[in-house]
Write a protein that binds this ligand. Structure first.
Ligand code: ZN
Ligand code: CA
Length: 255
């Protein structure tokens, strides 16, 4: 999937504040390619009970090599957005600052986000369950990630990232949504579905209190929560898998 990364900064020099460096951006795309191919170094820490369903999604991401006019590019586009913080209600204004056709590129916008959000995504249009609210707006198609959760300190140690979200898994999570995945707790109680049989039911996100990621952790609906799934809210260090049923959703959307 060709990717364009729009860095929406506030006039800082490259490498300062929200105008993150090229190396930090590269570290994030490397994480995406590892996580979606199950080449992540921490794949071995997936609990044994979940190893049989852990999946190589078999999708890779490359920086765009041609811009919409056909001119050479390296897939990173820096724009001064003229403000320090962006909120969910600014979705359209943020994305119309810089936008490449969503038929040809996956648009990633990186900005300093308010609202206590690490990022958000637009669902794809498909008739599989759980995507009924997908938008048909091409211009807003893509993902938005906070500049302080974009990149990996493992691959680029100088990155200034929130210590809970410093391994690039926010972007893995948002791209999962962009390709059709729902939160594994189904955004509801034990009966709410993420439309994947191989992700155990849960009744809420796992967020903040997982400490050293010791398994088993919470068991909210009669089986151990799969808090290692990228589509939970766990700290980055605890995340390490997609499942086979999640792959089926993504491949169906892509087809
Ligand atoms: Zn989410
Ligand atoms: Ca499930």
């Amino acid at each position: 999937i060709p990717v364009v990364v729009h860095i929406i900064h506030n006039g800082e020099s490259v490498g300062v504040g929200g105008n993150i460096s090229d190396d930090q951006i590269l570290s994030q795309i490397d994480v995406l390619n590892e996580d979606f191919r199950r080449l992540n170094a921490d794949a071995s820490t997936t609990p044994a009970v979940f190893q049989p369903v852990a999946s190589d999604i078999d999708i890779e991401f490359v920086f765009a090599k041609r811009d919409p006019e056909g001119l050479p590019t390296y897939g990173i586009n820096r724009v001064n957005g003229g403000r320090s913080t962006w909120f969910l209600v600014d979705n359209y204004d943020l994305k119309t600052l810089s936008n490449w056709p969503s038929e040809d590129y996956m648009n990633i916008w990186v900005a300093s986000l308010g609202d206590d959000f690490l990022g958000y995504a637009q669902f794809p249009i498909s008739d599989i369950g759980g995507l009924e609210t997908a938008s048909n707006s091409a211009i807003t198609d893509g993902i938005v990630v906070d500049a302080f959760a974009f990149g990996s300190v493992d691959k680029y140690p100088p990155a200034n990232l929130d210590p809970r979200y410093n391994l690039g898994r926010t972007t893995t999570h948002e791209v999962g949504h962009y390709l059709g995945l729902r939160h594994i707790w189904g955004d509801g109680g034990c009966g709410a579905d993420d439309f994947c049989a191989d992700t155990p039911a849960s009744s809420s996100a796992n967020e903040g209190a997982l400490g050293d990621c010791t398994f088993p952790g919470p068991s909210r609906c009669g089986s151990d929560d799969m808090f290692q799934n990228y589509i939970d809210f766990s700290n980055d260090v605890c995340m390490n898998l997609f499942t086979e049923d999640q792959k089926t959703r993504i491949r169906t959307v892509m087809d």
